[in-house]
Write a protein that binds this ligand. Structure first.
Ligand SMILES: Nc1ncnc2c1ncn2[C@@H]1O[C@H](COP(=O)(O)OP(=O)(O)OP(=O)(O)O)[C@@H](O)[C@H]1O
Ligand SMILES: [Mg+2]
Length: 494
């Protein structure tokens, strides 16, 4: 005979999209033997105990069910008089307990793992840093009392004697110059998300999902490499991307300039690399290795291949030892200089080249959103005019226009933006910008050039706006070449 209560569990499981757990079968037998006639609603799983049907949830659900059943079965076997109310109370309490534990611990598993790992390695700074981080997280999730208890523990143990070999919790400094080897940026001071192509966004989203579900993936013994390499020309959003990742993960960004790590003293470079990695391992953070090619540049600067090899090896060893606990982002303008062994360590890679027209259009929209009165046609012109410019240039134009509002007390115009772009067109990456050739040209030539580039986009009205002349003048200038060419063509025909 099969008890209705076991049916009830199975039905609940099925309603959550789950297969009935195998562990319900021993219960069926036990309850059948015990002659338990629980009412149908005896073992009602509270609806919030029903997990979503992901693999991890099904796995936990099975464990939960098994635990409940094991706890109930002996009671039923031992005490045949156990009433349905008793068994229902036990089941509900157990389920509630498990449910609360599961729900309350899951978002913090990643920190708990790190605290345990720090404790096992006698790494006190790591334990303390992650405990403080966990307290902040609990508080921001509304659990003030747990946060206070943790903080109290931290205060109480603050003056305990530390083993001397342990690393400190402050940013390490270069032993020779005493300059800090890194800068710590707290997540609150970050700007909006970077504007990316679909492909770049897909890689970033995947990286963030993996980083956020780190604890869950690790518990299912999946090997996760949390390393991201961002590469591309200056001003195209590498640092911006790193800051965004840190903010999304709610972690501070530890920015390390690789050239700052390179010491003139033999052996100190490897020591600096080790201290920065030890620091990153002992504190909740995203480690950002900026100007990453500085290591590779040693090859040219030092003419000392032995040292380069030592530094690269030290870097690789430290990165491998860091494991999958810390998120590491590296940025470089010269990916071709990277050692293949280093390159291989970065499993996620995002190339950030000079932005394409659709990306530039979104950048202009974003950066001019609260500056002046720029319409769709203006943005279309600026998108084309900024061909070959970086996101940083577009941001710079918007900043200068903002300043103009304050200094000149007037709304910025399309002409102001155009003039600023012309001024910015020299310098790094200028070969990619068609505007560079027009920088010192007479307005007539600029007008003609723009018209020839795209006669539809650069109408006389738009050219007039850009050059600050009348429409008639703009028309005359921009069509001068056409007329002359037309005349030449006609004359040559005759
Ligand atoms: N794709 C983008 N989306 C949004 N803003 C961007 C983008 N690219 C650049 N910017 C803007 O330009 C600024 C400078 O970019 P950032 O410092 O990230 O460039 P970088 O690639 O790190 O340059 P460098 O190689 O010189 O360090 C950013 O703060 C951001 O405001
Ligand atoms: Mg940068």
């Amino acid at each position: 005979m099969v008890s209705k209560s076991s049916h009830s569990i199975e039905r609940q499981a099925a309603s959550g999209g789950l297969k009935p757990a195998r562990s319900t079968f021993p219960l069926k037998r036990t309850l059948a033997k015990s002659g338990d006639r629980c009412a149908e609603h005896d073992v009602i799983l509270p609806s919030r105990a029903l997990p979503s049907p992901s693999y991890a949830s099904r796995f936990r659900f099975r464990r939960l069910t098994r635990a409940v059943l094991q706890a109930m079965a002996p009671n039923c076997v031992r005490d045949r008089t156990a009433t349905s109310t008793q068994s229902r109370t036990i089941a509900c309490r157990l389920i509630d307990g498990y449910d609360r534990l599961m729900k309350s611990a899951e978002p913090y598993l990643s920190e708990l793992f790190r605290i345990v790992s720090g404790a096992l390695r006698l790494d006190l700074p790591k334990v303390r840093n992650y405990t403080a981080f966990l307290a902040d997280k609990l508080e921001s999730d509304g659990d003030r009392s747990a946060a206070q208890r943790l903080r109290k523990l931290l205060v109480e143990t603050e003056h305990q004697l530390h083993p001397t070999a342990l690393s400190t919790s402050t940013v390490p400094v270069d032993p020779e110059t005493r300059f800090p080897l890194a800068e710590r940026v707290e997540p609150s001071s970050f700007s909006p998300p970077p504007i990316l192509t679909e492909e770049q966004q897909d890689t970033l989203t995947e990286f963030l999902i993996v980083a956020k579900s780190y604890a869950q993936l690790q518990s299912e013994t999946l090997d996760v490499a949390l390393t991201l390499l961002a590469y591309g020309p200056p001003g195209c959003g590498k640092s911006h991307l790193a800051a965004h990742v840190a903010r999304e993960l709610g972690l501070p960004l530890v920015v390390v300039r690789l050239d700052g790590l390179i010491s003139s003293y033999l052996g100190s470079t490897s020591k600096n690399i080790r201290s920065i990695f030890e620091y990153a391992a002992s504190t909740p953070c995203v480690l950002f290795l900026d100007e990453f090619d500085a290591i590779a540049k040693l090859r040219d600067d030092r003419q000392e291949l032995g040292e380069l090899k030592r530094v690269v090896n030290s870097f690789i060893q430290n990165l491998d030892r860091l494991g999958s606990h810390t998120v590491v982002i590296a940025a470089t303008n010269h990916p071709q200089l990277l050692d293949p062994a280093v390159w291989r360590r970065f499993t996620y890679r995002i190339e950030l080249p000079y932005p394409s027209a659709p990306v530039r259009e979104r950048l202009w929209h974003a950066y001019l959103a609260d500056v002046g009165d720029f319409g769709r046609a203006d943005i279309a012109l600026l998108t084309d005019l900024s061909d070959g410019f970086s996101g940083a240039d577009i941001r710079e134009v918007s900043l200068r226009l903002r300043r103009n509002v304050v200094t000149q007390l007037r709304e910025p115009s399309l002409r102001d933006a155009f003039v600023t772009l012309l001024r910015l067109s020299g310098g790094h990456g200028e070969e990619a910008r068609f505007l560079k050739a027009l920088r010192d040209s007479e307005p007539e030539i600029v007008a003609r050039h723009l018209r020839q580039r795209d006669s539809h986009l650069y109408s006389s009205a738009h050219i007039a706006q850009l050059l600050g002349v009348s429409k008639a003048t703009a028309h005359r200038w921009s069509t001068a070449g056409e007329k002359r060419n037309g005349k030449t063509k006609r004359t040559s025909k005759h």
